[in-house]
Design a binder for this molecule. Structure first.
Ligand SMILES: C[S@@+](CC[C@H](N)C(=O)[O-])C[C@H]1O[C@@H](n2cnc3c(N)ncnc32)[C@H](O)[C@@H]1O
Length: 218
């Protein structure tokens, strides 16, 4: 059966970005890593599913902590870099479009993490319903995304295309805070914590760079 999603320009863009994702300056990527690593480490000790693992900057940190780690991404080139990282031999990497049903059984994971991915996916309801399906009762879903306040200032995922030298934006969608809350509530997830994350030293009046939220399946 043909997939219901259209051909993916996001994956095509990340296939190009992969070459320089880890080397070009990227304050959003770096703050996301610090935010993840600032969570309670016990969150990531069980069977973990990382959706949109990219080049594996978080996969490398999660791998030695998790009993099992499944890492999904739609971009073959991003996954290639992730597979080359040290210490990820036990990680199961799969190329998968997250807009299609996820390759994980019902109630098979203790924790899910999703970092800097949902700006590229229009249908939050589908993502949260899949998250709820694959989580065990009492399991956690951690999401850390570009803050909608920054999106409203015109910021979005972008990189300097190494082939053309020009700035390339990657297709993005705005998700308001209330969109996340509704999608999670409808999927049976209970909000445990929310964080507005600013750059170190940024004034209180600066728009937060990231929005991080932790839900639990009741
Ligand atoms: C900004 S990168 C973040 C990668 C990693 N999570 C990190 O924090 O560095 C976004 C990732 O989401 C993936 N992605 C975006 N839309 C996707 C989709 N529909 N299915 C699978 N992966 C997707 C991209 O391929 C890319 O690797």
């Amino acid at each position: 059966m043909a997939p219901k999603t259209p051909p993916d320009e996001v994956a095509a863009a990340y296939n190009v970005w992969a070459d320089v994702y880890d080397t070009q300056a990227n304050a959003t990527r770096d703050l996301d890593a610090r935010t993840l690593q600032g969570q309670d480490p016990s969150l990531f000790q069980g069977d973990v599913l990382e959706i949109g693992c990219g080049t594996g900057k978080n996969t490398e940190w999660l791998a030695p902590r998790a009993r099992g780690l499944l890492a999904l991404d739609g971009s073959a080139e991003m996954l290639k870099r992730a597979r080359e990282r040290p210490g990820v031999e036990r990680v199961q990497f799969l190329q998968h479009d997250l807009r299609e049903p996820w390759p994980a059984r019902n109630a098979s994971h203790d924790t899910l993490t999703c970092n800097l991915v949902l700006e590229h996916i229009e249908d939050l309801a589908f993502v949260f319903s899949e998250a709820s399906r694959v989580l065990r009762r009492g399991g956690f879903f951690f999401v850390c995304e570009l803050h909608p306040f920054r999106q409203l200032q015109g910021k979005q995922a972008h990189f300097v295309n190494p082939e053309t030298g020009s700035i390339q934006n990657v297709r993005s969608y705005l998700h308001d805070v209330s969109d996340y809350l509704k999608a999670a509530l409808d999927a049976g997830l209970v909000l445990v914590r929310a964080q507005d994350c600013r750059d170190d030293g940024a004034p209180r009046t600066a728009a937060p760079r990231l929005l991080a939220m932790l839900w639990q399946k009741s």
